[in-house]
Design a protein around this ligand. Structure first.
Ligand code: LHQ
Length: 261
């Protein structure tokens, strides 16, 4: 597959993947998800790829769903299908990849972009990064695994706070509450993340892969079950007036007027 939205560069045994839609803060589309899925299957099959390092081009890491793509969707458009054919298999593929995935969060990380980051194994973030769930800002529910990871990483109360209020969480706070592993100065982010990726790529790859399998197994209800549950709920939220209003308000750069319908 030719990648239109990813820059992929292999440096020794580390494959560096950069989401490359900087003018939209690397917002996600169905095509981006297909490219990520393809990349994960390549990485799984290729023994010369022993660690994936994921980052974003430009100022943002990933702003979640590309909201300029959803505006003209017909009423019959199923968000459940959209998730099940794109973001869910993407998050699943990243998680099932039995090789370490380091995420270098260079800037804003929101919505399904947060789900993507949380699907990786170890997260370093720039001191300029900001984390927000974003879903409720447009009247939607968490998807792409966000409702799976958040309570596990930060606890249910902080998860509820982030999801209900859409607060912007700084990188320092994100490290404090366990959302990320480490905050690094913006200038040092890639050097630090590359050093970690190199170290992991030089490790016992099969052992790390099996360790990842053990960690995934320990989490109780499976991510795939929660992904499907989220997709069903998103289908309901995606047909509300508040969702339409949320997207329109974002595009028109104004505050949304939600009506509770
Ligand atoms: C964007 C976006 C964006 C396009 C910034 N799209 N362009 C799944 C299934 C189906 C439907 C819906 O949703 C989902 C799951 C989801 O992911 S829902 C959540 C969707 N994401 C959001 O609601 C986040 C929207 N963005 C923001 O809140 C802000 O842009 C953040 C906090 C990410 C960044 O804020 P700032 O640093 O102040 O930057 P900015 O707002 O000025 O954005 C920079 C540019 O990126 C700007 O373009 P422009 O041409 O005006 O400079 C934005 O329009 C563009 N951009 N997010 N999601």
């Amino acid at each position: 597959m030719d990648y239109q939205n990813l820059l992929v560069e292999q440096k020794d045994t580390v494959v560096e993947v950069t989401l490359n839609r900087p003018e939209k803060y690397n917002a996600l589309t169905h095509q981006v998800a297909q490219e990520m899925i393809d990349l994960c299957s390549r990485a799984a099959a290729d023994p010369s790829m022993r660690c994936v390092l994921l980052t974003g081009a430009g100022k943002g890491f990933c702003a979640g769903q590309d909201l300029t793509e959803v505006r003209d969707q017909a009423e019959s458009f199923s968000l459940r299908n959209h998730l099940n054919s794109g973001y869910n298999p993407m998050v699943s593929a990243l998680r099932r990849l039995e090789k370490p995935v380091v995420v270098a969060i260079n800037g804003a990380c929101a919505g399904a972009g947060l789900g993507l980051a949380l699907g990786g194994d170890i997260r370093y973030a720039s001191d300029k990064a900001v984390f927000l769930t974003a879903f409720i800002g447009i009247g939607l529910v968490p998807d792409s695994g966000v409702s799976y990871w958040l309570p596990r990483l930060v606890g249910p109360a902080r998860a509820a706070e982030m999801l209900f209020t859409n607060e912007r969480v700084s990188a320092a706070r994100a490290a404090e509450i366990g959302l990320i592993n480490r905050v690094v100065s913006n200038a040092e982010l890639m050097a630090e993340a590359r050093a970690l990726a190199r170290q992991l790529a030089e490790g016992p790859t099969l052992g790390i892969g099996l360790t990842k399998r053990a960690l995934n197994h320990s989490l109780g209800i499976t991510l795939d079950e929660q992904l499907e549950f989220e997709a069903q709920l998103q289908d309901i939220a995606g047909h509300t007036q508040d969702y339409r209003e949320g997207v329109s308000a974002f595009r028109e750069k104004r505050q949304p007027g939600f009506k509770g319908k």
